[in-house]
Design a protein around this ligand. Structure first.
Ligand SMILES: Cc1cc2nc3c(=O)[nH]c(=O)nc-3n(C[C@H](O)[C@H](O)[C@H](O)COP(=O)(O)OP(=O)(O)OC[C@H]3O[C@@H](n4cnc5c(N)ncnc54)[C@H](O)[C@@H]3O)c2cc1C
Length: 493
């Protein structure tokens, strides 16, 4: 049943794998100690490498990231400054988990892309929702700003403070609460690492409905807070559909328990939807109930070469039937000349290796220096036009102009790299990229959110009435604006 292209394809596959393997080193960075150290990409590991950070190395010290308040025109809002009494109060709530050591704080103040850097002097590590509620109640009363943080893999600078906001980490909120092996409903704390959840449910015959390159580090709470799309979106849909319930602590410390949700529930407004994609600005997600699909019995991954490299995964219940359908498809695209070469894998390790080629593009690009990242929804037929257009527009100013993404979702990750941050490259890119996207009625943030760096561009994709309602919702849920200030919504004049 092997498709015609398997034999020549294996040679092609090996070359592709080795090329990337040679250029991507495995490095670690300080963070959640639970995460295993990176394993070999091609070895018999069952754990994804903990994603590395651009410029970070165990042997060489990375160049310092410019403080956000110095690089960007942003003014600190009149929040209180953390005092000694505040630290003592936190110590009573989360004893031994009030971190003020500057070296430990450094990793939590800088984002994964190393483009923004805050100057928070305190990191709190609660273990329970009650502790989160205590902390927020206190911060609300004291008018202290708070930055919720999961795995700190966010792409838009939402996960780190802009000034001295208190970092509230979910790293120790990492317990699975329950798993129902008939319905596939998983209930867990927000700080569970996505890959560990995947392992947990796979052992029970299910899979997580989402998967992304950052799975070894990102938290499920962070995934929900960003409404992460990822690699299974086409098949299993958005978190707006798969998340069944949430527990959220509001800015004033109120615990909103909408966790136990049946599949069908039309009792009033579906409040959880408000928090999916709210990027830590409306509440702190402390627990998640999510529907996991059954683990497919047959998985095929085809890595094809046409004008572009295309990775296709099929998953189903009958290996023979699935292979037959895939073979028919491959024969057709080969015969028509649409595809010129490629390979197919069904073996778990080979499937993983092929996916690693796709999942680690982001990390590979970050080695160029500075990466200007855009995450756009565009009509599929125009998905690559902006890439070719920008190559001409930027000329030698850019090291690389790269387009990849999620073809089936119409989602382009446009990445432009240069040696270091350059205002002239930025001027050539913005607002051009946003205007181009708006001209196609696309979205200027398909799956990464707006965070700090994209908050000013929301109006390219949303009308003024929608923005006004968002501001009203923010004011209702967080009247003092202490939750993740300077993020998602544009600054008010
Ligand atoms: C290599 C790589 C590949 C990636 N691939 C994808 C991809 O395919 N698809 C995709 O959508 N994204 C992708 N991302 C981006 C990122 O991994 C996702 O946005 C992810 O969901 C962030 O989760 P996190 O736990 O790291 O959150 P963080 O980065 O810590 O935080 C992100 C935002 O969520 C808020 N937040 C975090 N936890 C909570 C909480 N418990 N309650 C309230 N707010 C919270 C933060 O304040 C911040 O605004 C990728 C990133 C990397 C580095």
């Amino acid at each position: 049943m092997a498709p015609h292209l398997v034999q020549p394809g294996w040679r092609f596959w090996r070359q592709a794998a080795c090329t990337l393997g040679a250029s991507v080193q495995h490095r670690t960075w300080a963070g959640t100690p639970r995460i295993p150290r990176p394993g070999s990409l091609w070895g018999a590991t069952t754990t994804s490498p903990r994603i590395c950070r651009s410029g970070s190395s165990t042997s060489a010290r990375a160049p310092e990231v410019t403080l956000t308040r110095e690089r960007y025109p942003v003014r600190r809002l009149p929040f209180s400054v953390v005092s000694r009494e505040d630290l003592e109060a936190f110590e009573r709530v989360v004893p031994g988990r009030v971190i003020t050591d500057p070296e430990v704080l450094e990793a939590s103040n800088v984002d994964w892309l190393r483009t923004v850097r805050g100057s928070s002097a305190v990191l709190l590590r609660p273990r329970t929702s009650e502790e989160v509620a205590h902390i927020l109640r206190y911060c609300h009363e004291r008018n202290l700003a708070v930055n919720p943080q999961g795995g700190n893999t966010g792409m838009v600078g939402g996960s780190v403070p802009v000034f001295d906001e208190i970092i509230l980490s979910t790293a120790l909120m990492n317990q699975v609460i329950s798993f129902h092996d008939l319905s596939g409903t998983l209930v867990c704390q927000a700080g569970c690492v996505l890959e560990e959840l995947s392992r947990h449910v796979e052992e029970r015959g299910f899979i997580m409905p989402l998967d992304l390159g950052a799975k070894g580090s990102c938290h499920i709470g962070g995934n929900v807070a960003t409404n992460a799309g990822g690699l299974r979106f086409l098949r299993y849909g958005s978190l707006h559909g798969t998340v069944l319930g949430l527990e959220v602590v509001l800015a004033d410390g109120t615990v909103l328990n909408c966790l136990s949700a049946p599949r069908k529930d039309n009792t009033g407004y579906d409040l959880k939807q408000l928090f999916i994609g709210s990027e830590g600005t409306l509440g702190v997600i402390t627990a998640v109930s999510i529907l996991c699909p059954p683990k497919p019995r047959a998985v095929n991954v085809a890595f094809l070469e046409s004008p572009f490299y295309v990775l296709i995964e099929t998953s189903g219940s009958r290996a023979g039937h699935d292979a037959e359908k895939l073979n028919d498809f491959l024969e057709q695209v080969l015969r028509s000349g649409l595809v010129t070469d490629g390979t197919v894998a069904t073996d778990h390790m080979k499937v993983k290796a092929l996916w690693a080629l796709r999942e680690r593009i982001s990390e590979a690009l970050s080695r160029d220096g500075y990466v200007y990242k855009y995450d756009l929804s565009l009509p599929t037929e125009r998905l690559y036009d902006l890439v070719t257009d920008l190559r001409v527009r930027l000329g030698p100013q850019a090291k690389h102009v790269v387009g990849y993404g999620h073809l089936g979702d119409g989602n382009l990750h446009l990445n432009v790299t240069s040696e270091a941050f350059s205002p002239s490259v930025l001027d050539a890119l913005e607002p051009y990229v946003y205007e181009w996207t708006a001209g196609q009625r696309g979205s200027v943030s398909a799956e990464h959110g707006l965070g700090f760096r994209k908050r000013g561009v929301i109006s390219y994709s949303k009308p003024p009435e929608a923005l006004r309602l968002m501001r009203q919702l923010k004011a209702l849920l967080d009247p003092k604006g202490i939750l993740n200030p300077y993020k998602t919504l544009p600054a008010q004049a």
